[in-house]
Ligand binder design. Structure first.
Ligand code: SAH
Length: 220
């Protein structure tokens, strides 16, 4: 019975059934998904579904992504532990917490100051010290701290923003959903010594990216 399982046990089941079963193999990603308490990034009224196969509300109409999508996007970055990573779309801070254990330094950017503040608080409570939460338009990246070996965008862009491609280090990887309200494709970009390569990974559904290279309200 679900009620009798602890959050820890629910999380092990989440990884076994939703993540490993769907083909995510990176042992570091699986281990960190087993450890990081997803429920601490959402309001307690949603704790019952904290380890279910679904996105959940974070406030302001935004969502914390489905666990499988967090694992998939993270594993596409091929992190080894010494990288500087940028996340666009902090939301709850959960994805940033996952990245914090897999890279050296994480910069994450959010447009809503209240979400940023809550994410900072949740990360501090967990003792995470290598994540910086910035309040600004992340559609133009965060050039001050780049280049990045990995960039994750957790909101849907109309097109891949050029500044993000330019802030990738050579060999670095950018993962982002590109598309509209009807549907998006998860794209994986890798910077080469000359130019970039792109693969389309899977159809996905994210909230819209705002800001300079994001969606305008009336177009989404
Ligand atoms: N990664 C988050 C989920 C993100 S939902 C998590 O783990 O919980 C997408 C987030 O992107 C929302 O919080 C939204 O406010 C934010 N966002 C949208 N456009 C943005 C922009 N241009 N710059 C920074 N954040 C943005």
């Amino acid at each position: 019975m679900e009620e009798n399982l602890t959050f820890y046990e629910l999380r092990q089941r989440m990884v076994d059934e939703q993540i490993q079963a769907r083909g995510i193999r990176d042992p570091r990603v699986l281990e960190v998904m087993r450890q990081v308490p997803r429920h601490l990034f959402i309001a307690s009224e949603y704790w019952e579904g904290a380890y279910a196969d679904t996105p959940l509300p974070t406030g302001y109409g935004q969502t914390i992504s489905q666990p499988y999508i967090v694992a998939l996007m993270t594993s596409l970055l091929h992190l080894q532990g010494d990288e500087t990573v940028l996340e666009v779309g902090t939301g709850s801070g959960y994805q940033a917490a996952i990245l914090s254990h897999l890279a050296r330094r994480v910069y994450t950017v959010e447009v809503y100051p209240d979400l940023a503040e809550r994410a900072r608080h949740a990360l501090a409570e967990l003792g995470v010290t290598n994540v910086q939460v910035h309040v600004t338009d992340g559609s133009t990246g965060l050039p001050e701290w780049g280049p990045y070996q990995g960039i994750l965008v957790t909101a849907a862009a109309p097109e891949t923003p050029m500044p993000l491609l330019e802030q990738l280090a050579v060999g670095g990887r950018l993962v982002l959903p590109v598309g509209n309200r009807q549907g998006q494709n998860l794209q994986l970009w890798e910077r080469r010594p000359v130019g970039w390569e792109m693969d389309e990974i899977a159809p996905v559904a994210f909230v819209p990216l705002r800001g300079k290279y994001g969606w305008k309200d009336e177009e989404w």
